[in-house]
Design a protein around this ligand. Structure first.
Ligand SMILES: Cc1cc2nc3c(=O)[nH]c(=O)nc-3n(C[C@H](O)[C@H](O)[C@H](O)COP(=O)(O)O)c2cc1C
Length: 185
C-alpha cells in the first residue's frame, strides 16, 4: 500500500558512475566567447566538452539575416554530429551565444540530436553582448522538451566572460546535487 497518496516524493537519482556525477558541456561558439566560458566550466567541474558546428552555409551577412531569422523561429541548423548520446552522463550543460534574443540555431540543432536524455539533469547558459532577451529560458525549455530536468540557467554578458567569481555561480549550479520529484498517486 502507498503510505503517501497524492504526495510528491523527492529523490536523488543514482549516478551512472559510482556516485560521481558525470557532466558533459555541449556548446556552440563562433567568436570564442561561449567557448571560453565552456572551457572554464569544464576545468572547474571535470566535465567533458563537445563543440557543435553548423553545416548550414552561412556567410557573415547571411548569419545576421538568415541565422537570426532561424534563431527567432527556433529552426534547428543541421550540425556535424549525427547524434549526441548522453547515456554516460548525469548532467547535460548546453551553452549558446544569443542571436536576436534567442539561442542560436546551431545549439538548437544539437539539442535535437541529443539521445538518452530522459530523467537527467540539465543546465543552460548563454553569452551575449548586452541583451539576452529570453534566450536562457528558451534554451532551458527546449532542453526540458527532450527530457532533461533543468536545475538552473545563467546569462553571461560580455564583461563577465572572465569574471570568475560570477562564473563560479554557474559552477555551483552544475555541481549542485539534483533532486528529482515524482508524484505518487
Ligand atoms: C547573428 C548574431 C546575433 C546576435 N544577437 C545578439 C543579441 O540579440 N543580444 C546581444 O546582446 N548580443 C547579440 N549578439 C552577440 C553575441 O551574442 C555575443 O557576442 C556572444 O557572446 C558571441 O558568442 P560566441 O563568441 O561564442 O559566438 C549577436 C551575434 C550574432 C552573430
Amino acid at each position: 500500500m502507498n503510505p503517501f497518496p497524492g504526495k510528491t516524493i523527492t529523490f536523488i537519482p543514482a549516478t551512472s558512475n559510482n556516485g560521481i556525477m558525470r557532466t558533459v558541456i555541449i556548446y556552440h561558439s563562433d567568436s570564442g566567447h561561449t567557448q571560453a566560458v565552456a572551457e572554464y566550466l569544464a576545468r572547474q567541474t571535470g566535465a567533458d566538452l563537445i563543440r557543435v558546428t553548423s553545416t548550414f552555409p552561412y556567410t557573415t551577412v547571411s548569419r545576421a539575416v538568415t541565422g537570426v531569422r532561424r534563431a527567432i523561429s527556433g529552426t534547428p541548423d543541421p550540425i556535424e554530429h549525427r547524434e549526441i548520446d548522453v547515456a554516460g552522463y548525469d548532467c547535460v550543460v548546453a551553452g549558446s551565444p544569443v542571436w536576436a534574443g534567442h539561442p542560436s540555431p546551431v545549439i538548437n540543432g544539437a539539442i535535437d540530436r541529443l539521445r538518452n536524455c530522459q530523467g537527467k539533469a540539465g543546465v543552460a547558459f548563454v553569452t551575449c553582448c548586452l541583451v539576452s532577451g529570453g534566450a536562457a529560458a528558451i534554451l532551458s525549455r527546449r532542453m526540458e522538451d527532450c527530457g532533461l530536468q533543468v536545475k538552473g540557467s545563467m546569462v553571461v554578458h560580455g564583461s563577465q566572460i572572465t569574471d570568475y567569481t560570477y562564473l563560479n555561480r554557474l559552477v555551483t549550479i552544475i555541481n549542485r546535487p539534483w533532486y528529482g520529484d515524482i508524484r505518487v498517486s
